[in-house]
Design a protein around this ligand. Structure first.
Ligand code: ADP
Ligand code: MG
Length: 246
């Protein structure tokens, strides 16, 4: 069953057409790697899915509901409900610097309410253990390495029990020796069948962990397929040229 359907998405900044005609579906348990050159529209696409950007045309369906249908958005209440099913992890972590690790995790669930403090605390402890950072619960983000910050960001996204997790180049801001610990956490989530979309430049990771690769160039998906066949035998010239460069 598709848990997300995107069709004919269009987005421009002034005269610059950033998303031309983006169409794809995400099935439950999919781990989709999105690759493509810098400036091709990957971040804009991802941000549009969680309503951090507004699109100019097309549709985004979350489950059976439309976030936006033929360019017309749902009500703000409906949008809130749909975007709460999605968690986002950014390249630059976006942790709250004035809050401890534990407070970063617990803030959103406390604001949303409907859940007791004990329940929230229990989940934050479990998730910090899951990403190997139980000993950092009381630390402030400035005291953490980039890899640790990103693992906190992943745990924070999981606090909201998302149905789908979106990653925008989660390791691009990290020193090379710190990427492994973050990719390992994402790989573990894949093994637990978390549904994920991962924009990444880590081709080895995409090949190993994703069940589908989608190649974006110039505001469109040009080619998609199973990682093995995509990486060994890309069909389009543009994908071939891109893979030769990276
Ligand atoms: P990618 O993530 O693939 O590198 P982006 O989605 O960040 O690509 O950017 C796609 C294009 O949109 C780029 O040409 C970029 O300069 C432009 N762009 C992105 N955000 C904005 C913005 N807020 N205002 C104007 N242009 C933007
Ligand atoms: Mg980007």
């Amino acid at each position: 069953m598709a848990i997300m359907r995107v069709s004919n998405l269009k987005k421009s900044y002034g005269n610059l057409e950033v998303l031309k005609n983006v169409t794809f579906e995400i099935e439950k348990n999919d781990v989709v790697a999105i690759i493509g050159p810098s400036g091709s529209g990957k971040s804009t696409m991802l941000r549009s899915l969680v309503y951090l950007e507004q699109i100019n045309g097309g549709s985004i369906q979350v489950g059976t509901e439309y976030l936006v249908q033929d360019g017309t958005y749902a009500t703000s209440q409906e949008i809130k409900r749909m975007t709460s099913k999605m968690g986002m992890v950014f390249q630059h972590f976006n942790l709250f610097p004035h809050l401890t690790v534990k407070e970063n995790l617990e803030l959103a669930p406390k604001i949303v309410k409907g859940e007791g403090e004990a329940e929230i605390r229990k989940r934050s402890e479990e998730l910090l253990a899951k990403v190997g950072l139980s000993d950092k619960a009381g630390a402030y983000p400035a005291k953490l390495s980039g890899g640790q910050k990103q693992r906190v960001a992943i745990a924070r996204a999981l606090m909201m029990k998302p149905e789908i997790l979106l990653f925008d180049e989660p390791t691009s801001a990290l020193d090379p020796e710190l990427t492994g610990e973050v990719l390992q956490v994402i790989k573990q989530l894949a093994e637990e069948h978390m549904t994920m979309i991962v924009v990444t430049h880590e081709m080895g990771f995409a090949r190993e962990v994703a069940n589908r690769v989608m190649f974006m160039d110039n505001g469109e998906f040009i080619e998609s397929g199973e990682p093995e066949s995509f990486f060994t035998n890309p069909k389009t010239e543009r994908a071939k040229a891109f893979l030769q460069r990276v």
